[in-house]
Design a protein around this ligand. Structure first.
Ligand code: PEP
Ligand code: MG
Length: 758
């Protein structure tokens, strides 16, 4: 069935593409398109209405209705079903169109004999440009697949209309009045936080004034002067006080600084000038060459370099033209929400940090270099927003909700009000939590809970002070590896881990050894091409197969600890034998250090992350060999339910508060208590108040979470009676329910437990 649908959609798209590639003006193509869509969708009617000046929708093409009505029938926005769709920018799927309150009968079209109706708005840049509709005589509801097919077609129609042949661009501008609709876009969270501001499109492009020059020597002098002034400007930019604290962004910017001095790049620029090009044209040409080469091998590392070169080329063009970037930034709004497909880290610094409210990217990931600098500047960032640049126009008001990975564009007053209320409430809570940070996390019945942080960047470790957390319950050591351009040496790793331990200032830090593979690929490490990377060659499997990498990391950890306490845990251990193998590699490194006369850690604790359910059946031999166990509930959950955590179609299908997972966790608590092995949990669930409450009810006494969540969890702990909840949970875990969330949330409410998110 699904295959037939896919084939149907493909055939429709093929036919549409053929029409678009064919001859004829836009009106002719539109006439052809309605025919093709009607035929492929087996619809008796297919119509396209286009928005004209004055908020009027005009019938531009039809298959099935009276042709004489084309360019005659006009509907106001909100008039009839078509107007209703345009007004609300929403799909309308009706089995009996005539019974809908908005139905408006137009005798000239002859449409009264059709019952079912499916209409889809044609939206571009957040504005409704028209409506596409199909109709059938039989009464039926159209399927999801049919809706999806039309939603794909309207993208093509939007481009056809934007082309300006059907309705002139001037008229399209005039028709933009009320039809500017609020839109909500979603992406992935790169940096949390909320902000409001005005959209500013990052436009690095500079026009090339002339292609050729008669005097190559004079051009080379111009080039070298521009290079010198550019390098000086970069130094100034990087010395900005906002970035003075240590952190990964220093490495990122240092790499950029080296690229700006890259001898090969400068040589190629000079060669292009020697061949007769003007300096600007030479910069462009060399950049085009680099881009062509790098695009072919687009690893994350090369993508970052490509941004760097693109940024440098544009920067150099500005300097050649005698305009500094700063001058071009002058008439920016006070509250800038910056939009870009992607950008290099230094480009972000061109914007005055005081005005920069948020960053939105069409691409981007948590470890992209621009994201790291944005994090250092403490602004919210949402990435992977599909078609961002066509859906937000410059100067649009925008609200960025980094916490929920969403963006409100041209928000209505109600949303603005709601978001500013939320922001205010959140700020109040933040202040309250900050004031509470020194209060102990002890429940009302006297149970002490250790709250810890999950960290990956140094900036997270710095949060220990602000959150009052007891230690770092999970240091994701692969993160610093992911932002670098090459495998860090033992010395570089030692320096980093030493910095972590210094910042932690005698608080415990659980260093997890590299968890690469799966969704965490290293730019300079060939991915294994796994079909199912989460269950593939990752984490400890890579460590055991490439022992030198694991040994180097363990060596660096031992060096960094140097007489201090050290805690190491191995990720994704599936069987005790695997732990044994990893542990013996650690022992080799300890022996090596001892032989060299080095200083060993004062106290060494070695643990395992429980992420693979299979290990549950080896608890006895495992617990007798380890110093602590930490549940990686993100992975454990996905493997327990065979439900990919990165796949939005199934990610929310099961709930962590299901009886299954909770009884597993309860068994684990019992086993660890009996064996006297400290147990903690460091997946995302530990940072959510209702989930954290449940964990404490089950007997967890140590949990680790993202820094932003500590305040809310502390408030929850202090309002909880752990014993009473434990007794209640005993009555729940054997229920056949899909989830216990509602019951637990009601319990919290009835017992005055604070479970508000931060
Ligand atoms: C987990 O799986 O719960 C965990 C903490 O590890 P990560 O999210 O880094 O895979
Ligand atoms: Mg994990």
């Amino acid at each position: 069935m699904a295959d037939t649908v896919v084939t149907g959609v493909r055939s429709l798209l093929r036919s549409v593409r053929a029409v678009m590639a064919g001859h004829g003006n836009a009106q002719k193509r539109l006439d052809e398109l309605v025919k093709v869509i009607a035929a492929e969708m087996v619809a008796e009617v297919c119509t396209v209405y286009v928005m004209r000046a004055g908020e009027v929708l005009e019938l531009f093409a039809t298959q099935g209705l009276n042709r004489s009505a084309v360019h005659q029938t006009r509907l106001r926005v909100d008039e009839g079903l078509i107007g209703h769709i345009a007004a609300h920018a929403r799909v309308l799927n009706l089995a009996d169109a005539q019974s809908h309150p908005s139905f408006a009968y137009r005798p000239e079209t002859g449409e009264e004999i059709y019952h079912s109706f499916l209409g889809v708005p044609i939206v571009r840049g957040g504005r409704v440009r028209g409506v596409l509709a199909i109709q059938n005589k039989v009464k039926r509801q159209y399927t999801e697949e049919e809706i999806e097919a039309l939603e794909m077609i309207v993208v093509v129609l939007a481009e056809l209309i934007a082309g300006g042949d059907l309705v002139s661009p001037g008229e399209q501008m005039r028709s933009e009045g009320n039809a500017i609709l609020p839109t909500r876009l979603t992406g992935i969270q790169i940096n949390a936080g909320t902000a409001m501001g005005i959209a500013v499109l990052h436009q690095p492009r500079v026009a090339i004034p002339q292609m050729f020059a008669d005097d190559p020597e004079a051009e080379e002098r111009r080039l070298m002067t521009a290079v010198a002034s550019m390098q000086e400007a970069i130094e100034d930019l990087f010395s900005a006080t906002e970035l003075s604290d240590g952190g990964e962004h220093h490495d990122v910017l240092e790499t950029y600084r080296l690229v700006a001095r890259d001898a090969g790049w400068l040589r190629r620029l000079r060669e292009a000038i020697a061949s007769g090009l003007a300096a600007e044209a030479a910069v462009q040409k060399v950049h085009d060459d680099i881009q062509a080469r790098m695009h072919m091998a687009a690893t994350p590392y090369l993508r970052e370099r490509l941004h760097d070169f693109e940024d440098l080329a544009n920067r150099l063009l500005h300097h050649l033209g005698g305009v500094s970037r700063a001058a071009a930034m002058e008439d920016l709004p006070e509250d800038v929400v910056l939009l870009a497909r992607n950008m290099g880290p230094a480009e972000l610094l061109d914007y005055e940090p005081r005005r920069l409210r948020a960053l939105l990217l069409e691409e981007g990931s948590a470890t992209s270099h621009v994201a790291i600098v944005a994090r250092a500047l403490n602004i919210p960032v949402v990435g992977r927003i599909t078609d961002l640049l066509t859906r937000i126009d410059p100067r649009d008001p925008v609200i960025v909700d980094g916490d929920h990975s969403q963006v409100f564009v041209r928000p209505g007053e109600d949303i603005q009000q709601m978001v500013s209320d939320t922001m205010r409430a959140r700020e109040e809570r933040r202040l309250l939590y900050a004031a509470m940070r020194t209060e102990p996390a002890i429940t009302r019945d006297g149970v002490r809970v250790s709250l810890n942080l999950n960290a990956g960047f140094l900036i997270d470790v710095q949060q220990l002070e602000d959150t009052g957390a007891e230690g770092i319950g999970l240091f994701r050591s692969e993160i610093p590896f992911m932002v670098r351009s090459e495998l860090p040496s033992v010395e570089a790793q030692t320096e980093l881990y030493n910095r972590v331990l210094e910042l932690a200032d005698n608080r415990p830090v659980m260093f997890r050894t590299l968890d690469i593979g799966g969704d965490k690929q290293l730019p300079y490490f060939h991915d294994a091409g796994d079909q199912n990377p989460n269950m593939g060659w990752r984490a400890i499997r890579v460590g055991l197969d490439r022992p030198s990498m694991l040994r180097q990391q363990l060596r660096a950890l031992i060096h960094a600890a140097r007489g201090r306490d050290l805690a190491v845990m191995f990720p994704m251990v599936s069987e005790v034998a695997e732990f044994q193998a990893a542990r013996s590699i650690l022992d080799i490194e300890l022996a090596r250090e001892q032989k060299r006369g080095g200083v060993l850690p004062k106290q060494l604790r070695v643990g395992v992350m429980l992420e693979v359910p299979g290990l549950m059946w080896q608890l006895r031999p495992l617990l007798s060999r380890i110093d602590f166990l930490s549940v990686g509930s993100n992975d454990l959950f996905q493997f327990l339910f065979a439900s990919d955590r990165g796949n939005p179609r199934v990610a929310d299908r099961y709930d962590v508060l299901s009886p299954g997972l909770l009884s597993l966790l309860r068994q684990l608590v019992v086993a660890c208590d009996a064996a006297n092995v400290p147990l903690s949990l460091c997946g995302e669930m530990a940072g959510k108040p209702v989930e954290a409450m449940t964990l404490i009810g089950l007997g967890f006494r140590t949990i680790s979470m993202p820094p932003a969540q500590v305040g809310a969890v502390r408030a929850m702990v202090r309002s909880l009676d752990a014993g009473a909840l434990g007794a209640y949970l005993d009555t729940l875990v054997d229920l056949p329910d899909h989830s216990l969330r509602r019951k637990l949330a009601s319990y919290a409410k009835d017992h005055g437990i604070l479970t508000e998110d931060s």
